[in-house]
Design a protein around this ligand. Structure first.
Ligand code: BGC
Length: 441
């Protein structure tokens, strides 16, 4: 009997994503290196240390794995503190090393997608006030100009800033990331400077490299009211959607920043994205609570969601469709710049991959301009305030021995990338319990 196959469009980009601080190791010159030394900031007092040792060359073996498994692109980030270790010093050796890595990617058939800032700041920049310093957009722009000029031969697709909404929430509202604040005023100040920094970098990159494609990577978290007809649940849901999901993309579309009760105009930011970078992980149900604690709300995963072992995130595939519908309202080509789940056992990850990619396939069939998908992550790596306690990799990683081991998901993802499709045979081999859902009848 012929079996159905979900085909993806020709030329669809398949990749995985990493970030400099999470995989490179051997760097002591950024704000996270300091943050990690203070007790209680990182689970089990984890430190990044050598991490996956990409800085000393192990990027080669990991990117071999990516290329051999049919991926056609890789998203990585550059570590600003290596390129500009002090305000007046540029490290040409660091830029050379990044040139070698990008060239190595191209030689392996992996088209680079480069993020210029993924959470970590040079120590000098953080000590100078970080994103609250009103010179920060100009300082960021100087780094961007120098770096893009140096690397433009190897890359033309840039993410300026990864998840600025996460930087604001985790760093300035919850205090789980540096600078560890709980201060809405500081959050708004930093937020406006992040928007300005992106906008100025967008124009600089186009000046240096007129054919460049430039965007941001926005994290979308789905928010669903607990009671459909409750105006209070609807109000807190809309508040979350505005202040977490919409604040940055709207500012980059129309030049107006709206956050909590504040709003300001930054006209230079309008129209500064060539593509929409979308990071999607999970969704929350939201209910109003009559107490200022937690911004007048309680949140939990939808009952149909499948939480990870630690509860850090949960698989909720309809959220991928919500995320894509929302991203598509910005009328730009979409790149899914991150999507994944932590799962050391890997059963959940296989289900997550198949069910989320199935939603992507549906969206493509509704003519959504989705150009590619990057799985987070290629290999287990340093997971910020969770240290080494969460495993997001297609490849498992042993820190003691530096040994990498393919999880079944690595083979499943390789089959999908190579066939540019999800087939009945793949589901049967890797997650047979999903057959009735994915191939009914
Ligand atoms: C970040 C990654 C992180 C991942 C999983 C994303 O928000 O961009 O750096 O590792 O989530 O938590």
């Amino acid at each position: 009997m012929p079996q159905a196959t979900y085909h993806f469009p020709e030329g669809f980009v398949w990749g995985s994503a990493t970030a400099a601080h999470q995989v490179e190791g051997s760097n002591n010159n950024n704000d996270w290196a300091d943050w990690e030394t203070r007790d209680g900031h990182i689970e089990e007092n984890g430190r990044c240390d050598l991490s996956c040792d990409w800085w000393n060359g192990r990027w080669r073996e990991d990117l071999d794995r990516a290329a051999e498994s049919g991926q056609t692109s890789h998203r990585l980030s550059l570590e600003w503190s290596r390129i500009q270790p002090t305000p007046d010093r540029w490290d040409e050796n660091a830029l050379d090393r990044y040139r070698t890595i990008l060239q190595g990617m191209i030689e392996r058939g992996l088209q680079p997608l480069v993020t210029l800032h993924h959470f970590t700041l040079p120590r000098w920049f953080a000590e100078g006030g970080g994103w609250e310093n009103d010179d920060s957009p100009l300082l960021f722009d100087t780094y961007v100009r120098r770096t893009v000029t140096a690397l433009k031969e190897y890359n033309n697709c840039w993410v300026t800033i990864n998840e600025p909404n996460v930087i604001i929430y985790r760093g300035y509202m919850e205090g789980a990331f540096p600078p560890g604040k709980n201060d809405p005023g500081a959050a708004f100040h930093a937020l406006c400077n992040l928007v300005r920094s992106h906008a100025i970098a967008y124009h600089t990159i186009h000046e240096v490299q007129p054919r460049a494609q430039v965007g941001m990577a926005h994290q979308y978290r789905g928010f669903i009211p607990a009671h459909k007809f409750s105006p209070l649940d609807a109000a807190v849901t809309a508040f979350n959607h505005q202040s977490f999901n919409k604040v940055f993309p709207r500012a980059l579309a129309d030049g107006r920043v709206r956050f909590l009760h504040k709003s300001t105009r930054l006209p230079a930011a309008a129209g500064t994205q060539d593509f929409f970078g979308l990071n999607y992980y999970t969704c929350d149900i939201v209910a109003f609570r009559p107490s200022p604690k937690n911004l007048f709300q309680a949140r939990w995963y939808p009952p149909e969601a499948e939480p990870s072992r630690t509860g850090f995130n949960a698989s909720y595939p309809p959220g991928m469709t919500m995320a894509l519908n929302w991203a598509n309202s910005y009328h730009l080509p979409i790149l899914i710049t991150e999507n994944g789940i932590e799962d050391s056992q890997d059963g959940l990850r296989r289900r997550y991959l198949l069910s989320h990619l199935h939603q992507v396939w549906h969206a493509l069939n509704h003519n959504m301009p989705i150009r590619g998908y990057y799985h987070w992550s290629l290999i287990d790596n340093f997971e910020w305030e969770r240290g080494w306690t969460l495993q997001f990799g297609l490849w498992a990683f042993d820190r003691e021995t530096q040994v990498r081991t393919a999880r079944p998901s690595a083979d499943l993802y390789a089959a999908i990338c190579k066939e540019n499709a999800i087939s009945h045979a793949m589901v049967k081999e890797f997650s047979p319990a999903m057959l009735p859902d994915l191939f009914p009848g």
